[in-house]
Design a protein. Structure first.
Length: 288
């Protein structure tokens, strides 16, 4: 007599349940392996974007979104946000500060607005600073530069790369940033003027007035963990270069309706999702 009969369980039902369990475990192992392979290039990419990237394979396996999230949760693969903040803005200087020109402006096309920022990515023993210029519509990083200081020259190098990568030199373009001395400097402003780029700046240091720049900083740090490497400047520069290439060309962006920044930048018909403004009496979202 089989043991299952002693408990009033049909033998076929018992073995069928074992096969189902083995099938679920096999599928879960395949999902974990696919996630691991994807996170080689994007170490902390979130569950929604993983689901989008793996959707074709998951459909073949008949795994829906809820089941996929459940597998990630059971295997401790959901990503928790990391919080870090370093002040990199020195707005106490003699240079002219500009008004915020994009506070209520709808962003409708690539190279309508660029946003610039500097973020800290080093360690105390080997400090590094990443200067970025990002397209507000496509979220494509147009220019960047890594240095071991916060000199104006670093921001200028990022700006020059962005101008070199610009696709439409005749369209009206606004450059938006905080009121840091790097962006207000005469040399930086001269380059903007020479290339017929209008200058815009945050009014009062509110990070939500430069939401796109802050968001890109967070993605590079939280998903690609570029601020965790303890390496010399040439190695950090190589890491950042590879990371930005993956970000621009492979990572789907939620505000782009899961298009990559490169794909989004190649068209102008899609209306972008906006970043909601927190801690504000205004109900409408900001358009940056």
């Amino acid at each position: 007599m089989f043991a299952c009969h002693l408990f009033g369980i049909d033998r076929q039902v018992y073995y069928r349940s074992l096969r189902r369990k083995a099938g679920r475990q096999s599928k879960a192992m395949q999902v974990v392996e696919m996630v691991a392979q994807t996170r080689v290039a994007m170490p902390r990419i979130g569950a929604r974007k993983l689901y989008y990237l793996l959707l074709d394979k998951l459909q073949v396996m008949k795994i829906g979104r809820d089941k996929f999230f459940g597998i990630l949760r059971a295997n401790h693969l959901l990503v928790e946000a990391r919080r870090s903040y370093h002040v990199t803005t020195d707005s106490h200087h003699r240079f002219r500060k500009h008004k915020n020109l994009i506070l209520e402006m709808p962003i409708l096309r690539p190279e309508q607005v660029w946003v610039s920022d500097i973020t800290y990515i080093g360690k105390r023993e080997k400090p590094c600073y990443l200067s970025l210029v990002t397209d507000a519509y496509s979220k494509k990083i147009m220019g960047y530069y890594v240095a071991d200081n916060m000199n104006t020259e670093s921001s200028i190098m990022a700006l020059k790369m962005a101008i070199k990568n610009r696709q439409n030199e005749t369209s009206q373009l606004i450059h938006h940033s905080d009121r840091g001395v790097q962006y207000c400097s005469d040399y930086y402003q001269k380059i903007l003027s020479k290339n017929k780029i209008t200058c815009s700046m945050t009014n009062n240091g509110d990070p939500y007035e430069n939401a796109v720049a802050e968001r890109i900083n967070g993605i590079l740090k939280q998903e690609f963990i570029i601020d965790t490497y303890h390496a010399d400047l040439p190695i950090i520069r190589k890491i950042v270069k590879e990371t930005i290439d993956i970000y621009n060309n492979q990572r789907p962006h939620y505000s782009n309706y899961m298009l990559t920044p490169k794909q989004m930048h190649s068209q102008s018909k899609i209306q972008i999702r906006t970043y909601k403004r927190k801690n504000s009496s205004r109900n409408e979202p900001t358009t940056v």
